[in-house]
Design a protein. Structure first.
Length: 426
């Protein structure tokens, strides 16, 4: 029965029952962490053979005859460029292979733009009184952290299952020259798990921003991270942008953090020839070589893009049961109560849920005191301010199935308790 239709007496009884269950759970002394989308140990162990793949002096020589242990080849070895180019459907000349983290490449891209501008900038972004970024919400907390660090003003853009509100984006970017960028996670978005529709990608590719140096930060972190056989697919934004003469407007990012090792993977920045030239010149002052040994290890291990895709099936086999279990518990415990909505993603690392307005912080607090740490409520919004205090990002990947089941039981009890308290107070 919907909690909205209960009498005060029924609601009180519901609340008391939830409270009793909560106290029982608290007594178990759980200590579980569901706060970040980290791969679990079994997933990390999948890539162990990669560590031994370069086992003699000659194995460090790549296909071009380069000894990858030495300095040089700043933008990456050509075999690695080819692998990522094939995965992302771009030309290898557009790929800069970096270190282990795409977030670092994103941070550096914003830092470079602030300090020096991007290709086509009249002046560095820091020379403007104000620089603004559009932020589809809910979104990835670390994106918002990067722009907040540089004092960039962030504007919320509502998300929908087809992507962010394009009417709003088109209007805002066409009117305001100080809007210099937008954060996008176009496939299996963090946290909603939405994949942008073809129309959304086409509209992004055809944007006509007032700022000639506007950039779309296209963070394709989950490009091969499917959870279902009937998975989503994403239109290639560079193909579309080419048709509109807009290739310079896009910075695409990806990494193997959730393919091999988050702490020791390989990340890439993909951009037009003009952008690559401008970036490489500045990168050359910062670095002489990224970790080419790791690049070669990855290439030798996967061989090609199909090798990566086939390998992702192993991750799917570990992750899909965890996601299925979360959805199952939510449905059984909360279905029909009208106090929580949730997405059922076909890929990525998160399940995004919405409580009744004003309940997310309380649910996260109750969970923490009950022994389960969630991603902080509000974290999915710029400045950690969820205007409705309703969104929570669940990360099912790291805990074992047993722990996950306990954590989700507690989560559902907390949602019941917080919702009943809220409705009783109204
Ligand atoms: C959307 C998104 N982008 C980037 C990252 C981090 O990527 P990397 O490990 O390559 O820095 C994450 C990690 O959760 C993410 O969710």
């Amino acid at each position: 029965m919907s909690l909205q239709n209960m009498t005060k007496t029924e609601l009180s009884a519901f609340r008391d029952e939830a409270k009793k269950q909560y106290e029982d759970f608290k007594a178990l002394g759980l200590k579980l962490d569901m706060s970040r989308g980290k791969p679990c140990k079994e997933q990390l162990d999948l890539s162990l053979p990669m560590a031994d793949i370069l086992n003699s002096s000659s194995s460090y020589i790549d296909a071009d005859g380069i000894d990858v242990r030495n300095y040089g080849f700043l933008t990456g070895i050509s075999e690695a460029k080819q692998l990522f180019a094939d995965l992302l459907g771009v030309d290898p000349s557009m790929v800069i292979v970096g270190g282990n983290s795409s977030l670092t490449l994103m941070y550096d891209s914003v830092a470079r733009a602030m300090q020096f501008g991007v290709y086509g900038s009249e002046k560095p972004w820091c020379k403007y009184d104000k620089v603004k970024f559009l932020c589809p919400v809910p979104g990835y907390d670390r994106h918002f952290g990067v722009t907040e660090t540089f004092g960039v003003e962030m504007i919320n853009i509502p998300m929908s299952p087809t992507g962010p509100d394009m009417d709003m984006i088109e209007k805002l970017v066409s009117e305001d020259e100080t809007i210099k960028g937008i954060w996008c996670v176009p496939m299996y978005s963090n946290p909603d798990g939405y994949t942008y529709s073809d129309e959304t990608v086409k509209r992004f590719a055809a944007l006509k921003p007032a700022a000639k140096d506007f950039r779309i930060f296209w963070d394709n972190a989950y490009c091969v991270h499917h959870l279902k056989d009937d998975h989503d697919s994403l239109l290639n934004i560079f193909d579309e942008a080419k048709k509109c003469g807009n290739e310079d407007m896009i910075f695409e990012f990806a990494s193997t953090s959730k393919i091999t090792f988050p702490g020791a993977g390989v990340a890439v920045l993909v951009a037009s020839e003009n952008n690559v030239q401008q970036i490489t010149k500045l990168l050359g002052m910062q670095n002489i070589s990224y970790d080419k040994v790791n690049q070669l290890r990855h290439v030798r291990y996967f061989k090609n893009a199909d090798g990566v895709r086939a390998y992702m099936e192993k991750h799917k086999a570990i992750l899909a049961p965890k996601f299925d279990m979360v959805i199952d518990i939510l449905t059984k415990q909360l279905g029909g109560l009208d106090i929580l909505t949730w997405n059922v993603p076909k890929g990525g690392y998160f399940i995004s849920v919405n409580t009744l307005n004003g309940c997310a912080k309380e649910v996260a607090r109750l969970c923490k005191e009950g022994g389960v740490v969630l991603t902080g409520a509000g974290a999915t919004y710029p400045y950690k301010k969820d205007p409705d205090d309703k969104n929570i990002r669940l990360s099912p990947s790291y805990p074992s199935l047993d722990d996950l089941a306990k954590a989700m039981e507690l989560f559902c009890i907390c949602v019941k308790l917080a919702s009943a308290e809220k409705l009783l107070a109204e």
